[in-house]
Design a protein around this ligand. Structure first.
Ligand SMILES: Cc1cc2nc3c(=O)[nH]c(=O)nc-3n(C[C@H](O)[C@H](O)[C@H](O)COP(=O)(O)O)c2cc1C
Length: 342
């Protein structure tokens, strides 16, 4: 057996293969509540054979969503709706996680206020955000705890904290967006403080046996911004592993506007550095389409899982086709068995 279809185990999470559907906003919710679209969308990828599905960025607070039509987990009705998605994905044979977000200065939710570490806007299209008070920071940390509790009740197998793409936690991490003079700004330890507080808060309710992932932007593509080595050092310094983080989901960019030369595998070197330095298992990917490429990525030290985003939007059955091209025997949905490649 090759690497892509080799099962993976992390605490009590058992995956049948290494293929991950990363979080991708679908902007299709009303009041943050999942509906028939979400049930169909995620279940289809589960039927197509992905091992792990991570549900799109889900707001821990109304103003923490990226848009008015993003999912949320700040009240029970939202948790109940997501529980139906979880149940269907499980029935289709995949595991499922949820990505928890506060979008900070990049939120486009109507009605504000827009929050950020410092009053600096992302671009001309965004209003100037308010620098968060200690009370507002505490509220976000607590909202993460409550959202994690609802995720647990909904039956999720994994929770992911969105620390990437220039959203709130990333805004605190980066010296390009954090100009605070208090104990959340300046030094690396201070810039990592919000992330460590959120990790502690989530871990206080998320059971030890279930994995916790953090998504990071390991390259900011801008002068004065963070690079993979900086993030890796910060993660070690903040002792994220000791605080209960089990997995790092390596992505890049989004902190400030920058030109990114993206090609298949463009984030691999960042992922390799993060994995080797931190000793934590890593998910990575980016513009992946070829099964053999995904197979090769998993040969890199520390990289345990590979994500396929847009490719799984184009073709939910990519894993079934990939198994064929890699000559792997996989279980097909019972209803589709007659379509199995021979
Ligand atoms: C429509 C769309 C929505 C996305 N939403 C999210 C999101 O909610 N959270 C996140 O961390 N990344 C998000 N991303 C980034 C993807 O998870 C992934 O990192 C990116 O698409 C690159 O992978 P790919 O080349 O395989 O598509 C989104 C990407 C797309 C295309």
């Amino acid at each position: 057996m090759g690497r892509l279809f080799k099962p993976f185990e992390l605490k009590s999470l058992q995956l049948k293969n290494r293929i991950v559907m990363p979080p991708m906003c679908m902007y299709s919710a009303q009041n943050g509540i999942a509906n028939a679209f979400h049930e169909t969308h995620y279940t289809t990828r589960a039927m197509g054979g992905a091992g792990l599905i991570i549900v799109e960025a889900t707001g821990v607070l109304p103003q923490g969503r990226i848009s008015d039509h993003c999912l949320g987990l700040w009240h029970d009705e939202q948790g109940d709706a997501l529980a139906r998605v979880v149940e269907r994905v499980h029935a289709a044979g995949a595991k499922i996680g949820v990505q928890l977000i506060h979008a900070g200065r990049k939120s486009t939710v109507t009605g504000g206020p827009l929050h950020a570490p410092s009053p600096v806007r992302f671009s001309e299209e965004f209003p100037v955000p308010e620098a968060m008070t200690q009370g507002e920071i505490d509220e976000v940390v607590e909202a993460y705890r409550q959202a994690a509790l609802r995720a647990l009740k909904a039956g999720f197998d994994l929770v992911e904290i969105h620390g990437a793409h220039g959203y709130l936690i990333n805004q605190f991490l980066s010296p390009l967006t954090n100009f605070r003079l208090d104990h959340y700004g300046g030094s690396e330890e201070n810039r990592f403080r919000l992330l460590t507080e959120v990790v502690r808060s989530v871990r206080s309710v998320w059971p030890e046996a279930l994995p916790l992932s953090v998504r990071i932007s390991a390259e900011e593509y801008s002068e004065g911004g963070l690079h993979a080595e900086d993030l890796a050092r910060g993660i070690l310094g903040a002792n994220l592993k000791g605080l209960g983080v089990d997995l790092l989901h390596v992505s890049s960019g989004g902190v400030v506007s920058a030109t990114v030369r993206d090609f298949p595998g463009y984030q691999l070197e960042f992922a390799r550095i993060i994995g080797t330095v931190t000793g934590l298992p890593v998910i990575t990917g980016g513009r992946m389409t070829e099964p053999i490429h995904a197979e090769d990525v998993l040969a890199l030290p520390g990289i345990e899982l590979v994500f396929l985003g847009r490719e799984l939007l184009r073709n939910p059955y990519w894993p079934l086709a990939a198994a064929r091209s890699l000559s792997e025997e996989v279980v097909w949905p019972k209803q589709y068995e007659r379509a199995k490649y021979r």
